[in-house]
Design a protein around this ligand. Structure first.
Ligand SMILES: Cc1cc2nc3c(=O)[nH]c(=O)nc-3n(C[C@H](O)[C@H](O)[C@H](O)COP(=O)(O)OP(=O)(O)OC[C@H]3O[C@@H](n4cnc5c(N)ncnc54)[C@H](O)[C@@H]3O)c2cc1C
Length: 115
């Protein structure tokens, strides 16, 4: 992409520019964040997802909710999707076979303009 005129640049790190204001906004709206937590399993009851097993600070907790959103990497979700879940949600059958590739990178935050 070519920029016309001066290219816009973030004036600070992405976390400060994007994530922290969003985090503060959601806190202000009553959202609770459990940072030291990882999803370990899903419990079904009849045809529905009943609860999610979470390790919170190392302690197992069953989380109950009306809706769950799993915004986790594909390989994590693939490990959570059991055959019993696939029976009830056949569209998840192919999740372990999704073609994915690893990426990594590094970002430098410079404190002066460079050419
Ligand atoms: C160096 C770098 C620079 C980038 N720059 C840009 C950019 O400038 N613009 C852009 O658009 N994209 C950029 N990207 C890509 C962008 O970061 C990714 O596309 C995006 O973060 C993917 O979001 P996601 O929510 O799908 O996954 P992630 O951001 O990877 O989020 C997945 C989350 O799941 C959590 N998780 C994993 N396992 C569990 C578990 N068992 N229980 C609970 N939580 C779990 C992880 O801790 C993580 O927080 C960059 C990526 C890198 C590496």
């Amino acid at each position: 992409m070519r920029w016309r005129g001066r290219r816009p640049r973030p004036q600070c790190a992405h976390d400060d520019a994007w994530l922290e204001p969003w985090f503060q906004y959601l806190l202000g709206r009553g959202v609770t964040f459990s940072m030291d937590s990882s999803v370990e399993g899903i419990t079904l009851a009849a045809a529905k997802l009943q609860s999610v097993q979470v390790l919170q600070g190392g302690a197992p907790v069953d989380v109950f909710a009306d809706y769950f959103v799993f915004a986790v990497p594909q390989e994590v979700m693939a490990a959570l999707v059991t055959p019993a879940i696939i029976v009830r949600a056949p569209s998840l059958a192919g999740i372990a076979r999704l073609d994915v590739d690893w990426m990594n990178g590094i970002q430098f935050y410079l404190n002066r303009e460079v050419p």
